[in-house]
Design a binder for this molecule. Sequence first.
Ligand code: NAP
Length: 260
Amino acid sequence: MDTGLSGRRALVCAASKGLGRACAMALAREGVAVTITARTAEALEKTAAEIRAETGVAVTAVAGDITTEAGRAAALAACPDPDILVNNAGGPPPGDFRDWDRDAWLRALDANMLTPIFLIKSVVDGMIARKFGRIVNITSASVKSPIPNIGLSNGARAGLTGFVGGLARQVARHNVAINNLLPGPFATDRLAITMASAAKASGRTVEQEIAERAKAAPAGRVGDPAEFGAACAFLCSAHSGFIVGQNLVLDGGAFNATMG
Ligand code: NAP
C-alpha cells in the first residue's frame, strides 16, 4: 500500500529509543522527513544517523526535554509546521500511591497530559489551514485496563485521552485526524523498568515477569517495536482521515473485550 506520505514532515517526540524511534523509522521509510527529540544528545544523534542511513530522508535531531517549555520550543523551531505529530515522552515511575506527593503528580501530568496538549495546540491550526494533519499520541494499554503500580500513568494518560476525544471531533472535518496508540508490553528499555518494579513486588526475576506478561497475551509474546511503528505510519497515512479519536490497543489481545 502506498501510504501517500512521501514528502510530508513529522515531529516525533522522545524518539531516540523504543516506540518513538520505531515510529520515526516507519515514517521515514514512507518518505517522511522526520524531526526527532530526546534528552540525551548522543543517543539521539546515533538514531538520527541510523534512520538517515536506512531511508535517505532528512532527519533533524533536537536534543531537549520535551516536557519543558524550552524543549517544546526547540522542537517546534526545528519543525514549525509538521504534517504529522507523534506525541511521546517517558512514562512516570511506578510505585505506591502513598509516596506520590503533589510534585510527583504535577510531573506526571506535565509529561503525559499537558506536553502533548500544548504541542497539539501549537501545530493543529496549521494542519487545519493546510487541510492535512495526523496526530498520534502514544499512551498506554493502561488507559483501558489500569495497571495498579503505575497509577501516575493511569491518571495522567486518562486525562489526555479525554481531552483528545473531544478535540479530535472538532478538527476532523479539516482532514486532521487525532488518534491514540495504546501499547501493551513491547520489548523496550521501559518494559525492563516496569518489570523490575513488578519483580521487586513479586519476588520473581525480571525475565520471569516478562515471560508472565508474554503468556498473558493470546499472541503469547511481547510486541516488537517495529510492529508499533507500522501501526503509527498507517494511522498517519493519507488513507486514515476517517479514523477519528480512536484508542487502538496493541497488546497481542491481552485486553479482553468484544468492544471497548
Ligand atoms: P523507552 O524505550 O524507555 O524510550 C523512551 C524514549 O523517550 C527515549 O528515546 C528517551 O530518550 C525519550 N524520552 C524520555 N523522556 C523524555 C523527555 N522528557 N523528553 C524527551 N525525550 C524523552 O520507552 P518506550 O518503551 O518506547 O515507551 C514510550 C512510551 O510508551 C512511554 O511513555 C511508556 O510509558 C509508554 N509505554 C510503553 C510500554 C512498553 O511496553 N514499552 C507499555 C505501555 C506504555 P532520553 O532518555 O534520552 O530522553
